[in-house]
Write a protein that binds this ligand. Structure first.
Ligand SMILES: [Zn+2]
Length: 187
């Protein structure tokens, strides 16, 4: 491709401009020069955005559609655990040929710049209330520890009353023998 890319999200359209019906597809990976997003999860600078882009020449301009895959990172909104999640977003926009009407998206000098289009779609996909897992219980208001972890650990089961009677009998035997039946059952 002879066309020079003038920016990370700039895609050449020289060979399909004014040729309605022509179509090109590109796979592009763009590392972000700056952070995208403002919330507690964002796309950090350096995050790689994988783009699958389809460019279709139509009478009015170039119809751009595709998907962007990237990982956002930040913290769980409930327990503050660090999280990294993949997300895929779709985008579509008509980049019009320069004309009478000013538009946000225009074909410029035989290329289209997808940055604003992809950025808006990606930032919109960021969750407002990210969680490390759907049933995250958050932090214990007293201890400040994660409730999710402590809830997963079962307390030692009380000795079955039926074993208690046996235990009294085996108390006459060695200490090691006493816990044998319980261990066998649980392992
Ligand atoms: Zn959490």
């Amino acid at each position: 491709m002879k066309t020079r890319f003038n920016g990370p999200f700039v895609v050449p359209v020289r060979d399909i401009v004014r040729h309605p019906g022509e179509m090109r597809e590109y796979q592009i990976t763009v590392p972000l020069a700056e952070r995208w997003g403002e919330g507690i999860v964002t796309f950090d600078a350096g995050t790689e955005v994988d783009l699958d882009v389809r460019l279709e020449s139509v009478h009015e301009g170039i119809l751009v559609s595709g998907t962007a895959d990237a990982e956002y990172s930040g913290v769980c909104g409930r327990c503050l655990t660090e999280i990294v999640r993949p997300v895929e977003v779709e985008f579509q926009e008509l980049f019009a040929y320069p004309g009478e009407e000013e538009t946000d998206f225009e074909v410029q000098d035989n290329h289209v710049d997808l940055e604003i289009l992809v950025r808006e779609a990606a930032v919109m996909a960021l969750p407002f209330q990210p969680v490390c897992q759907p049933d995250c219980l958050g932090l214990d208001p007293v201890t400040g520890e994660r409730l999710t972890e402590s809830a997963g650990v079962e307390a030692d089961a009380p000795i079955d009353p039926r074993w208690s009677a046996l235990q009294q009998i085996t108390d006459q035997g060695s200490t090691a023998d006493r816990r044998a039946p319980e261990n066998t059952e649980e392992s």
